[in-house]
Design a protein around this ligand. Structure first.
Ligand code: 4AD
Ligand code: MG
Length: 461
C-alpha cells in the first residue's frame, strides 16, 4: 500500500502534495460544516489533523469514524489554519478499514497505568505506551550500535540450560515429563533420563557463562536476550522475564570494566535524548517534570567509584533509619543504593569489592580473602542498573570456590576448561534492559516498560 508516514510528514512537510495517511482515530469533533479528526499512525507521538469539508462528505460517511477506528485518508497537505499544529490534511477520499464501537476500552484520555496494565493488548495505542515502546526500540538499536562500533561480536547464548549461573536457584524448570505421572527410578526419584534432554533443564538466568566462552575466543562479545528468574519478588523493579545485555571482554580488568559500563550507559541515554526527543518530552510533561534534567545530569558527571566497605560505612554513619538494617556483610537493598546515589553523592555510583558470600561463585577473589572484584552500577530512582565483575581466572581458586559452594561438577566442567586452557584475565557485566528503559522514560513501574510483563501470578497476553 502506498502510505505516507505521519513522522515523515512532520519531519519534512511537502506542502500542497497529495498524501495517503493511514492510522487510528484518536478523536473526531466539529460541526455540520467541518469535521476534524486527530489521526495517529504509531510512527510518532504527534497526531495529524485531518480536515473534512462537509460539503464533500456526508454525515453517514463520517459516522463510523470514531475513536479507535482505522482509516485511510487521501488528501492535500497544507499549512494549518488553526493553532496547535503546523500542517494538516484536507481530506479528499476516505476509506474505513475497521470500525470501533463504544466498547473500545481506550475511549478517553487519562486512564491510570494500572487500568492500562489490564489492557496490555491495546495499551500500545495510547500516547504513553507508544512513547515508551519507541524509546525502548531506539535503546535496543543504540545497544547494538555501541558494541558493533567498538568491534564487539553479538553472541547468542542458549535460553534452555542446565547450569544456574547466578547460583540463586531461582530457575524455571523446562520439562516434557507428564507432571501427573512422573517416571521414577528404583529409589523413587524423578527419572530425568526420560525427560526431553535426558537431564533436568531450566530457562537461563544469565548468558554469562557461555558469554565467557565467546569472549575467551573472540576477544569481546555481547549478548542481548531474554532471561528468566523465578524469584517471588513483587517489586516495581523485578520481572520474571526480562532482557539483559551482557558484554564480556578478555584482557579487561575491573577498572576497564567500570570504564566500559559508564561509557555504555551514557551512550544509550545520549542516543535516546537525541533520537526520541518528542517522546521523552511527552513523558516528562505527563509523568516526571525532572526527567530531562536527570538524564542530562547523568551525562555530565563522572560516576562515583567506591568500595562496598566504604559505602556501608557511609550508610551506617548516615543516621538514617532504613527498613532493612545495614551492616558489613548484608546485601544492599534499593533503599540503601538510592540513599548513596540520590542523597549522599547526588550522582551515579559504582560500588566495588563486595563480600564474597553475597556474590556469585565466578567473581575474582581479592587478596583479603573476604571480598570479590564485583561492581554494581547504582542509579538515581532505580538502584542497581548493572551488575558485573572481574572473573576469577585462576583454575585452582575457581575450582575451590565451586567446591565450597557445592556446585555440581557435571554442570561446570566445560566452564572450568576456559581456565584450564589458555586462561586470561577477563571481565563483564549485565545491564537490565528494562531498568535502563525505566530510567530513560521516567516510568516508575517496570511492568510499564515491557510490552507484555511476566510477574508472579501474571502471564496474561
Ligand atoms: O546482577 P545480576 O543478577 O547479574 C548477572 O546476571 C550477571 N551474570 C551479569 C554479568 O556479569 N554478565 O543481573 C544483572 C542486571 C541487574 O543489575 C539488573 O539491572 C537486571 O539485570 N536484573 C533484573 N531486571 C529485571 N527484573 C529482574 N528480576 C532482574 N534481575 C536482575
Ligand atoms: Mg546484581
Amino acid at each position: 500500500m502506498k502510505r505516507t508516514k505521519i513522522s515523515d510528514i512532520f519531519a519534512a512537510p511537502a506542502l500542497d502534495t497529495t498524501v495517503d495517511v493511514m492510522g487510528w482515530v484518536r478523536t473526531r469533533r466539529g460541526n455540520k460544516y467541518v469535521q476534524f479528526v486527530a489521526l495517529n499512525d504509531g510512527s510518532t507521538i504527534r497526531n495529524l489533523q485531518i480536515v473534512f469539508d462537509m460539503s464533500r462528505f456526508s454525515d453517514e460517511q463520517l459516522k463510523p469514524v470514531t475513536t479507535g477506528s482505522s482509516i485511510h485518508v487521501r488528501g492535500k497537505l497544507v499549512e494549518s489554519q488553526g493553532k496547535g499544529q503546523s500542517v494538516e490534511v484536507q481530506a479528499e477520499e476516505l476509506t474505513i478499514f475497521g470500525t470501533a464501537d463504544e466498547t473500545y476500552p481506550l475511549q478517553k484520555k487519562g486512564h491510570t497505568l494500572e487500568f492500562l496494565r489490564e489492557k496490555a493488548h491495546l495499551r500500545p495505542r495510547t500516547n504513553t505506551f507508544g512513547a515508551v515502546l519507541r524509546v525502548r526500540s531506539a535503546l535496543a538499536f543504540a545497544i547494538h550500535k555501541f558494541f558493533q562500533d567498538k568491534g564487539f561480536f553479538y553472541l547468542n547464548t542458549p535460553l534452555i540450560t542446565a547450569s544456574d549461573c547466578e547460583g540463586a536457584g531461582a530457575m524455571f524448570q523446562v520439562t516434557t515429563l507428564p507432571l501427573n505421572d512422573l517416571p521414577r527410578t528404583d529409589d523413587g526419584a524423578v527419572d530425568y533420563s526420560r525427560d526431553f534432554f535426558g537431564k533436568p533443564t531450566a530457562l537461563t538466568v544469565s548468558g554469562q557463562l557461555e558469554g565467557e566462552l565467546g569472549a575467551t575466543a573472540l576477544g569481546a562479545i555481547y549478548t542481548f536476550g531474554p532471561t528468566f528468574r523465578a524469584e517471588n519478588s513483587n517489586t516495581p523493579r523485578h520481572l520474571s522475564e526480562f532482557w539483559m545485555i551482557e558484554p564480556e571482554m578478555a584482557f579487561y580488568d575491573i577498572t576497564d570494566n567500570m570504564d566500559l559500563a559508564e561509557e555504555f550507559v551514557k551512550y544509550c541515554i545520549r542516543y535516546a535524548l537525541d533520537t526520541c526527543r518528542d517522546d521523552i518530552e511527552f513523558l516528562a510533561e505527563h509523568y516526571d517534570k525532572e526527567l530531562i534534567g536527570r538524564l542530562e545530569g547523568v551525562l555530565k558527571q563522572d560516576f562515583v567509584r567506591l568500595t562496598y566497605t566504604e559505602g556501608v560505612e557511609i550508610l551506617e554513619k548516615s543516621g538514617r533509619k532504613f527498613e532493612f538494617p545495614v551492616h558489613w556483610g548484608t546485601d544492599l537493598q534499593s533503599e540503601h543504593e538510592r540513599y548513596l546515589v540520590e542523597e549522599h553523592f547526588k550522582r551515579p555510583v559504582i560500588l566495588t569489592d563486595y563480600p564474597k558470600d553475597i556474590k556469585a561463585f565466578y567473581m575474582k577473589q581479592n587478596p583479603d580473602g573476604r571480598t570479590v572484584r564485583a561492581m554494581d552500577v547504582l542509579f538515581p530512582t532505580i538502584g542497581e542498573i548493572i551488575g558485573g565483575s572481574e572473573r576469577e581466572a585462576d583454575y585452582g581458586k575457581l575450582l575451590q570456590r565451586i567446591e565450597e559452594l557445592d556446585i555440581p561438577m557435571k554442570d561446570m566442567w566445560w566452564y572450568l576448561d576456559t581456565r584450564r586452557f589458555g586462561t586470561v584475565p577477563h571481565s563483564g557485566f549485565g545491564l537490565g534492559f528494562e531498568r535502563l528503559v525505566l530510567f530513560v522514560t521516567g516510568m516508575t513501574n517496570i511492568r510499564d516498560v515491557i510490552p507484555f510483563p511476566r510477574t508472579p501470578n501474571n502471564a496474561e497476553f
